[in-house]
Design a protein around this ligand. Structure first.
Ligand code: GUN
Ligand code: ZN
Length: 429
């Protein structure tokens, strides 16, 4: 692929996972990155890239940081308008705020409005790929895929399925309609442009056994699709699940017994796991999605990042908006750091940045396409200004090295630190 544009700055590229080694050794910095045909074409010095592509346009970002766009591995775009709703824990929060809002998405006009607003907000925060739940309404799935397609974005989305009377009337499908609608949406969108479909049972408490089985069968018919759901977020929720599924050995077993455990499974939260669940998830290679701002905001608990990484789990990072309290993956990394501290493990800036890019991309089985800057990868980039606000500028002026600067950027940054975003090789205006 020919280089059409060269961006200069401090270009961060990961050479491997920073977990299990000296974290800083997992990354390299370059002066310039080349882009052409929607992909990364080259990394090196400006002179090297210019010599290889003398016709290329040069965009000079000074000493700003250029890295892969953030990958948010678990979000609920239909909850955009109810983010920051006060005072409830999970089940009450769903009933009080979430379900009434999600009911509105049968209206395609409203679904389109929120889908567009959501992608504006996430892009402004430097997030270039999301894996999002929709609502039970197929219209909500069409809305987000159509909007992402228009913007050339790589996203993962799926129709949320719920058929038990634990979900309110008006927000329920059936086992058969969940299968039929999910299959039709998958056939319409999966693999089109940069879009992928995820089979999406919301969580065991809102699905019947028949629905879980039907979606397990659909996954077996389309094994290249992802499957996303929730697992062991709050202690009360786990008790509720075990009451509804008396045969189940544990929460994970409610999925496993119905064909919903696999390497392409994404399990949101996964905080309060039993040893058997940990073992099965690790054996399967399924991904645990850490949602730190949500876990503090809804009061769910402290994810065991260190334990999970030590035992070889696949871990992704996510906002879980609107249960999460921010659209920003910088704020999300800061919350992951704080939760790590509460569990006695200070995560390195390289680990946090890797989780928000490579780690999440790998969990979505997109690690060969997005989540890093390397030749052949798709050109989804974020340009970060570590002097964007007075607080950042005065702190980073003191930094002794690049990692100290990046750590301050994580802890103090938000959308104001996002200077530019490139999606599919094009600059987002
Ligand atoms: N569990 C089931 N549905 C949801 C949701 O929408 N948000 C969160 N945080 N947890 C859930
Ligand atoms: Zn969620």
């Amino acid at each position: 692929m020919q280089t059409e544009t060269i961006l200069t700055g401090q270009v961060l590229s990961f050479t491997g996972s920073p977990f299990g080694q000296n974290a800083a050794d997992a990354a390299r910095f370059y002066e310039a990155v080349g882009i052409g045909g929607g992909q990364i074409t080259a990394l090196g010095t400006l002179d090297e890239l210019r010599a290889a592509a003398p016709q290329a346009r040069v965009e000079n970002y000074g000493d700003k940081i250029i890295m892969a766009g953030f990958v948010d591995a678990h979000a609920h775009y239909p909850q955009t308008a109810i983010i920051a709703s006060w005072g409830k824990r999970l089940i009450d929060w769903l009933n009080s705020y979430t379900f009434p809002e999600e009911m509105r998405f049968g209206d395609p006009g409203y679904a389109r409005e929120i889908a567009s607003r959501y992608l504006d907000l996430t892009t402004a925060n430097g997030t270039t790929t999301v894996a999002t739940y929709c609502t039970i309404h197929p219209e909500s799935v069409d809305a987000i895929f159509a909007e992402a397609q228009k913007r050339g974005q790589r996203i993962v989305a799926g129709k949320t399925c719920m058929d038990r009377d634990t979900a309110p009337e008006g927000l329920r499908d059936t086992a058969q309609s969940a299968y039929d609608d999910s299959r039709a949406l998958l056939n319409r969108w999966h693999g089109v442009d940069r879009l992928s479909y995820a089979i999406t049972p919301r969580f065991s408490p809102t699905s019947s056994v028949e629905q879980l089985e039907a979606l397990g069968a659909l996954w077996a018919e389309h094994p290249d699709c992802l499957m996303q759901t929730h697992l062991s977020e709050q202690v009360d929720e786990i008790e509720w699940v075990l009451g509804l599924y008396p045969q189940a050995r544990d929460y994970l077993d409610t999925y496993e017994a119905h064909g919903l455990l696999g390497a392409r499974g994404l399990y949101g939260h996964a905080i309060h796991l039993e040893p058997r669940e940990r073992d099965r998830l690790a054996e399967t290679g399924a991904a645990l999605v850490h949602c730190p701002t949500s876990n503090t905001f809804i009061g769910s608990g402290l994810f065991d990042m260190d334990g999970m990484m030590r035992t070889g789990q696949q871990v992704a990072l996510a906002t879980d908006t609107g249960g999460g309290s921010s659209f920003s993956m910088l704020r999300t990394m800061a919350a992951a750091y704080e939760i790590g501290q509460l569990r006695g493990r200070a995560l390195h800036a390289a680990e946090l940045l890797w989780l928000a890019t490579c780690g999440s991309a790998r969990a979505l089985h997109l690690g060969d396409k997005i989540g890093n800057i390397a030749p052949g990868m798709e050109a989804d980039l974020v340009v970060l200004d570590y002097g964007a606000t007075p607080v950042l500028a005065q702190r980073t002026a003191r930094a002794g090295d690049m990692w100290e600067t990046l750590f301050a950027l994580i802890m103090l940054g938000d959308d104001r630190a996002v200077s530019d975003v490139w999606i599919g090789g094009g600059r987002v205006v």
